[in-house]
Ligand binder design. Structure first.
Ligand code: PGA
Length: 248
């Protein structure tokens, strides 16, 4: 039985004090008995938020990482630095990083491997554009993104450490959600691709999430789907809505 997981992706929102105030206000309202919960603030808030989360079961995640350990990479943040901020998870390959910052599957793959070396769980995002969906190319797009991003990752890591988030780009921040059935269909397609490569035991244990305009009003129907093991929540994770989504 796969445990559901709800991940809040704050993107570039909240200063350190705003972040501290928000997490302090919600942390005792979140019930982590039946789900895993991860909050992903901006880099500069990570360490402070780790102090606030100490003693809770809410985990900390980052939104990006460098594929290098250290050195002359101005503006980058390494996996060992994330470890020193008590980070357990890291989002990679988000569509905003792919489109605005030119992140390729190859880069996502290098970042995934670097995170695994440092015992941080990668949350690998994949998703199609509206044009790709309307021209029925979405299965090819997702299949390619997935296989390139997980290339060379061991069975053990696939089983225990990797998470996949299916985020149709047209549903991110737009208020448009994929229907629960369509989201489930894509998540089960992703599971079948993992089964082809790694076998059914691993395909049945890996957690596959849906993301894109998840809110309290649609969380239940999405999370009740058989192949959807959780949600990657953007806008709604900045508000009390996040508590409602986790506790539903
Ligand atoms: P959204 O963002 O919930 O605001 O649509 C989701 C995401 O980008 O991860």
């Amino acid at each position: 039985m796969r445990k559901k997981i709800i991940i809040g992706n704050w993107k570039m929102n909240y200063t350190i004090t705003e972040a501290e105030d928000f997490v302090s206000s919600i942390k005792d309202k979140i019930n982590v008995d039946f789900v895993d919960v991860v909050i992903c603030p901006n880099f500069v808030s990570l360490y402070n938020i780790s102090n606030i989360l100490e003693g809770t079961n809410i985990k900390l995640g980052a939104q990006n990482v460098s594929w290098e350990d250290k050195g002359a990479y101005t503006g980058e943040t390494s996996a060992p630095m994330l470890v020193s901020s008590f980070v357990d998870y890291c989002i990679i390959g988000h569509s905003e990083r792919r489109t605005i910052f030119n992140e390729t599957d190859e880069i996502v793959n290098k970042k995934a491997k670097k995170l695994l070396e440092n015992n941080i769980k990668p949350i690998i995002c994949v998703g199609e554009t509206l044009e790709e969906r309307e021209s029925n190319k979405m299965y090819d797009v997702i299949s390619n993104e997935l296989s390139n991003s997980i290339d060379g990752i061991s069975k053990e890591d696939m089983e225990r450490n990797i998470l996949i988030a299916y985020e149709p780009i047209w549903a991110i921040g737009t208020g448009k959600t994929a229907s629960a059935e369509d989201a489930n269909k894509m998540c089960s397609f992703i599971r079948s691709k993992i089964e082809e490569k790694y076998g059914s035991k691993i395909a049945q244990s890996i957690r596959i999430l849906y993301g894109g305009s998840v809110k309290p009003t649609n969380a239940k129907e999405i999370l009740d789907m058989e192949d959807i093991d959780g949600a990657l929540v953007g806008g709604a994770s900045l508000k009390n809505d996040f508590v409602a989504i986790v506790n539903y």
